[in-house]
Design a protein around this ligand. Structure first.
Ligand SMILES: Cc1cc2nc3c(=O)[nH]c(=O)nc-3n(C[C@H](O)[C@H](O)[C@H](O)COP(=O)(O)OP(=O)(O)OC[C@H]3O[C@@H](n4cnc5c(N)ncnc54)[C@H](O)[C@@H]3O)c2cc1C
Length: 501
């Protein structure tokens, strides 16, 4: 039986980051991962000569002062090599007008907004003001939602005067801001915002919390920006793994946690896991759980029957999305009209397609070739309810339709594909152990975001949640912030009060 002070379940970015921080602070940590590699939704897989990013393809928070950068500095490790995305994305609304380039430079982006969405200046200025206030708050490491006095004290410390004004918007949506600015009927702007917000918040303008939406709409510009990692997304996890090695974290691959129980005799959490051949048990006073909270319904079944209200809350969490991802490769010369690594375009069939294209020579494909990854949102139920034959038929149908959309968008000849394959929610479930292949955490509407979300503290002492269902939400930057928050909570519970980055 393995003993440590902390057991972390899951070596995605949330688990790697929390394990690295706590271990650097001197705690003994065991990190258990069911896969044979780390990274989870931000991992990669190899096929033929190509390396494909499984889910995440771009990274926020690598700039100086950004969350990844602060954590790398604290861990004293090298950040992965990366370049800024400029434009971060080109969005084609397929309305016959020029596609929208989301520039890194603030002034260039303002000029683009004015050209593309005349009369929308007030809205963007308002978003910017709200974002500035959010950013000062987020950099002060707030704890949200609050569950006890310590959390409350951290929230108070993080507040800046402007938050008292923006706090009025706690229950507002992006659409409320549009209405305030007289833009509730601006169809083109709403169409653009719907596409972008769906990517980052899983909700549209009518449902995305204003406080969340304003920040994600400003992430592509200086002083922030989105980054393209050289080699692959795996280099983010590899950098974090290098810290685990230095501080002696017990990192275990190939063991799937199947149950969690509290041992009342030893007053410790008991984590049972299985490899292909053997069973293992780990014990620790603190347990960080980075699998989706919905998985607790299975893993914590026995304990949850003692806390029915919490069990019901987990059982009734809104259904997150699933994803269908198309992984492909082709010669660079066969991909015409490309001036960005990322494209998003309207699709009648799928709502929208988000496309990530590697750079020639960045390590994902042999020289002269590129990988092209396209993703769409899907209802997980639509895939899991099918028998095998209908599942395969649907998959083939999606493959064909996505190929056609991409061929038409980028002038690709069908014979020029060098590689094509598709992942559905069934594949994501297998890869990440996420129930039904749900991805990206909970939709960031006003009932879920911030104060009203699921807390990292659970009703079970020493059991902590972390990852993209916890504040501040999805993305590698979001889950790193949540890992920092939970690490601070654990350290404070051990009397290490003033830990901050
Ligand atoms: C298609 C897609 C595109 C995306 N694009 C972007 C993007 O461009 N930029 C961005 O920042 N974010 C993006 N995201 C979101 C981002 O990838 C995730 O929010 C983030 O990586 C989640 O990290 P996590 O550690 O919380 O969870 P996960 O990555 O899911 O990690 C959880 C880990 O726990 C392990 N695990 C689960 N259950 C068990 C168990 N029982 N026992 C042991 N181990 C277990 C899993 O194997 C996994 O490694 C995207 C996601 C998807 C799916």
């Amino acid at each position: 039986m393995g003993q440590s002070e902390v057991v972390v379940v899951g070596a995605g970015i949330a688990g790697l980051t929390s394990a690295a921080i706590l271990s650097k602070q001197g705690l003994s940590v065991t990190l258990i991962e069911s896969h044979t590699q780390s990274g989870g939704c931000a991992g990669t897989f190899k096929r033929k000569n190509y390396i494909f990013d499984v889910g995440a393809t771009q990274v926020a928070g690598l700039e100086k002062g950004g969350i990844h950068s602060r954590i790398f500095d604290f861990l004293d490790i090298q950040p992965p090599e990366a370049s800024i995305l400029d434009p971060a994305c080109i969005v084609d609304l397929k309305d016959g007008l020029k596609p929208i380039s989301i520039w890194y430079s603030k002034s260039q982006w303002i000029a683009e907004q004015e050209m593309q969405f005349p009369g929308s200046r007030r809205f963007w200025n308002l978003c910017n003001l709200i974002h500035q206030s959010n950013w000062l708050f987020a950099n002060n490491n707030p704890v949200l939602p609050i569950s006890n006095f310590w959390d409350f004290s951290q929230l108070l410390k993080a507040l800046v005067p402007s938050n008292l004004v923006t706090g009025i918007l706690l229950k507002s949506t992006i659409f409320d801001l549009l209405r305030t600015c007289g833009l509730s009927k601006n169809e083109r702007l709403i169409k653009f915002l719907n596409l972008q917000l769906k990517l980052y918040s899983q909700e549209d303008v009518y449902k995305t919390a204003a406080l969340y939406g304003c920040t994600v709409l400003q992430m592509c510009q200086q002083p922030h920006g989105l980054w393209h990692l050289k080699k692959s997304m795996q280099s983010l996890s590899e950098a974090l793994e290098s810290s685990l090695k230095k501080t002696g974290v017990n990192l275990i691959f190939g063991q799937k946690v199947n149950s969690i129980n509290f041992d009342y005799v030893n007053m410790r959490w008991k984590v049972s896991a299985n490899s292909k051949k053997n069973s293992f048990v780990y014990q620790a006073k603190d347990l960080i759980y980075t699998a989706p909270p919905q998985s607790l319904l299975e893993h914590l079944e026995g304990q949850l029957n003692r806390k029915i209200t919490y069990k019901n809350r987990l059982a009734n969490l809104p259904d997150p999305s699933g994803a269908v991802v198309f992984y492909s490769a082709l010669k660079k010369e066969h991909l015409k009209k490309i001036s960005s690594n990322h494209y998003q375009f309207v699709s009648h069939e799928f709502g929208s397609l988000f496309v990530s294209i590697s750079e020639d020579g960045d390590g994902r494909a042999p020289k002269g070739e590129v990988t092209l990854i396209a993703s769409i949102f899907t209802k997980t139920k639509d895939w899991f309810d099918l028998d095998k034959q209908n599942y395969l038929k649907r998959k083939k149908d999606f493959m064909k339709k996505i190929s056609l959309e991409l061929e038409s968008q980028f002038d690709i000849l069908p014979e020029n594909w060098l590689h094509r394959e598709l992942a559905t929610p069934l594949g994501f479930e297998k890869w990440t152990n996420r129930p039904n292949g749900i991805v990206g955490g909970l939709g960031q509407n006003p009932d879920i975001f911030g104060l009203f979300g699921l807390s990292s503290r659970t009703p079970f002492e020493g059991l902590w949640l972390c990852g993209d269902s916890i504040y501040p939400g999805e993305g590698t930057a979001g889950v790193s912030q949540s890992a920092l928050m939970v690490s601070r909570q654990i350290l404070a519970s051990k009397g290490i009060e003033n830990f901050s980055l």
